[in-house]
Design a protein around this ligand. Structure first.
Ligand code: FAD
Length: 602
């Protein structure tokens, strides 16, 4: 059995492909219930009692927990470990060196200073980049004498190297009624890659990319890339670059490609040119929860192909590979526009932002893609991506805005540069490379074109944005248009609201390291309150299911829209035993978590 130790530095990329298990044994946290005090003995009795009670409720209705008598014994785990080629990893929470009895000041300092960096969590078999899902289990910012518990981390993960190991793991969880999790990088903002008492298949070290120069199917002829489930977005665009092609990947380099990203739709800087990432899928190899490796494409198992292309990660099957379209790499121009409120009134500053907001359709009609961040004293439009566009062409699109800013007397800076390839353009900036995690709770809304058809609605949008900025929210949006025309009318489950939206708007409420669960819940409620005026402004639109409020009561409509019922039927066909679960996934409302984290049918 493998256990993980803290990496003092990030795993270098060459080690990512290491399938042999390079981790060394470290001391796990001592079970907090074994200390010999009377109080703890009583607590132990209580646990035994609760466990005995629980054994009546587990089985078909609930998943079991390690405190249950029916939890597999060590011998059973050892036998299972042998059956998966010794690749079972027992969870030691990443934060354990920050707690007694394994406290280590030096390691704890490293953990705390890297806690918000995605790459720090990525090589872990259990960590979540968004620690709110860990329910304060072994929080490195909690006092040293606070117990370190596995809690909401998965109990074990199988570091998958063969499809047979996935099938064996599914058989094992079914046999014992253990909660099952599919995890890749642990990036998920929706908590789907962790779970109390769960056993995970950890797909992260499956990192091969195959180049297919002549892929042929009934609907597509051209070059393609076949991607294993652990490939990261940045590694894919680098490999694509080496082949002279591109595909749509996410902005943060460490987001996985074939897991939650593409299965949830997936947007990126090339979306205004080629559509969503899910629009690029040609074929999946999928391991079903019935233990079969099947192919899903437009020609074979079309329903599964449709659902996996945008209907949400970890809900229909375990993706073993995805083959996606590759497009010719073309020169890319990147432009920027910045101004501040220095020396001008807040009203004038916001009028300048109004002028920017009004030209949004010009940007999307020109197939540009852009990131905008709004603050009380600084506005930034950067990067603006123009694929196969010259500096002159991109600046011509911005020119009417610049003229307006000139007439308003706004002091702005602007610039543009053309790069030979998409990767060169991507590497020219660090804005997305330095993204942090775990320091905010996000929600999102897709802003439809109809807002720009009505001066009244546009004014309301501006008022809402200004209000949010003034409340110190993190306010940003992505200007993009992944219309069906751009995407080529793919048959998939991408939320239709993406097709007529001109902006993908994100709102964040900052979190503080080590804050209490009560505070976090308050922040979560605040996000819901803050997004509500935008929901009212955009009835019938939706949110991005990968980056939205976990407690959205309208999640079926907001994340899946008219596709929900069809997706549910497909889920029931391919996952009849409901092995795959996520609280906001299709079918997620059939389950609930009890206070102790046990997953039970509703
Ligand atoms: C810093 C940051 C930046 C981001 N930037 C972008 C962006 O630019 N564009 C964008 O679209 N999104 C972006 N996202 C959101 C991202 O797409 C989601 O968080 C996504 O769920 C991550 O997928 P993952 O596989 O890497 O993560 P995980 O947390 O490991 O998995 C996420 C989900 O996918 C499932 N899953 C993973 N692997 C498989 C598999 N092989 N088969 C079936 N299900 C699987 C899991 O069960 C889970 O439900 C960003 C997120 C973060 C934290």
């Amino acid at each position: 059995m493998q256990t993980q130790q803290l990496n003092r530095t990030y795993l270098p990329k060459t080690k990512r492909k290491d399938q042999s298990g390079t981790y060394k044994e470290v001391q796990p946290c001592t079970d907090v219930l074994t200390a010999p005090s009377l109080l703890q003995a009583l607590m132990l009795l209580k646990v035994v009692f609760v466990a005995a009670l629980a054994s009546f409720t587990v089985g078909k209705n609930c998943r079991i927990l390690p405190t249950d008598p029916s939890w597999p014994t060590q011998d059973v785990w050892d036998a299972f470990n042998n059956s998966v080629d010794g690749r079972l990893v027992k969870t030691i929470p990443l934060g354990s060196p920050c707690h007694d009895p394994t406290f280590d000041q030096e390691q704890c300092d490293i953990i705390q200073s890297n806690w918000n960096i995605p790459e720090f969590h990525e090589p872990s078999s259990s960590s979540m980049m968004d620690p709110i899902f860990l329910n304060k289990s072994c929080d490195p910012f909690d006092p040293r004498d606070t117990p370190c518990r596995i809690g909401a981390y998965v109990q074990y993960a199988v570091n998958i190297s063969t499809s047979d190991q996935v099938i064996k793991t599914i058989e094992f969880v079914k046999q014992h009624d253990i909660r099952f999790v599919v995890r890749n990088t642990g990036h998920d903002y929706m908590g789907r890659s962790t779970g109390t008492g769960a056993l995970a298949v950890w797909m992260h070290y499956l990192q091969d990319i195959d180049w297919i120069p002549n892929f042929k199917s009934a609907n597509y002829t051209g070059s393609a890339l076949k991607v294993q489930p652990g490939v990261l977005g940045f590694d894919l665009i680098t490999e694509a670059h080496n082949r002279g092609v591109v595909t749509v990947s996410g902005e943060c380099p460490s987001v996985g490609y074939a897991g939650g990203f593409i299965q949830g739709g997936g947007y990126g800087a090339l979306s205004s040119s080629y559509g969503m990432a899910a629009d690029q899928t040609l074929e999946f190899e999928v391991i079903t929860t019935q233990g079969k490796l099947v192919r899903a494409s437009l020609e074979e198992n079309q329903d599964l192909y449709w659902a996996l292309s945008g209907g949400g990660g970890g809900a229909y099957g375990i993706v073993w590979s995805i083959t996606v379209k590759a497009h010719q790499d073309l020169p890319v121009t990147i432009a920027s526009l910045n101004f501040t409120s220095d020396g001008i009134s807040q009203d004038l500053y916001w009028q300048a932002i109004d002028a920017y907001q009004a030209i949004t359709p010009n940007l999307t009609d020109a197939k540009l893609w852009a990131f905008t961040s709004y603050q009380t004293s600084a506005f930034s439009l950067y990067p603006v991506y123009g694929v196969n566009k010259t500096v002159t062409e991109v600046m011509a699109t911005l020119r009417p805005l610049l003229n307006t800013l000139d007439s308003m007397g706004i002091n702005y800076t602007t610039g543009a540069d053309t790069f030979n390839t998409y990767l060169d353009a991507y590497n020219s900036g660090t804005i997305f490379k330095n993204l942090q995690v775990g320091n905010a709770i996000f929600d999102s809304r897709l802003l439809p074109r109809s807002i720009w058809d009505s001066s009244e609605k546009l004014a309301s949008l501006q008022k809402i944005i200004r209000g949010l900025v003034n409340q110190n929210r993190i306010v940003a949006d992505f200007t993009q248009s992944a219309t069906l025309e751009v995407a080529g009318h793919p048959l998939n489950a991408v939320l239709p609201a993406w097709r007529n939206s001109l902006k993908y708007f994100t709102l964040g409420v900052p979190l503080t390291d080590g804050e209490s669960l009560v505070q976090t819940t308050q922040q979560q409620n605040q996000v819901a309150t803050n997004i509500s005026p935008l929901k009212q402004l955009t009835p019938g639109s939706g949110a991005y299911l990968n980056e939205a409020a976990l407690n959205d009561p309208d999640f079926k409509i907001d994340f899946y829209g008219p596709n929900y019922n069809k997706l549910l039927q497909i889920k029931d066909k391919w996952d009849p035993d409901q092995i795959l679960y996520g609280s906001i996934s299709v079918g997620g409302d059939r389950w609930h978590e009890t206070d102790e984290g046990r997953l039970c049918r509703t």
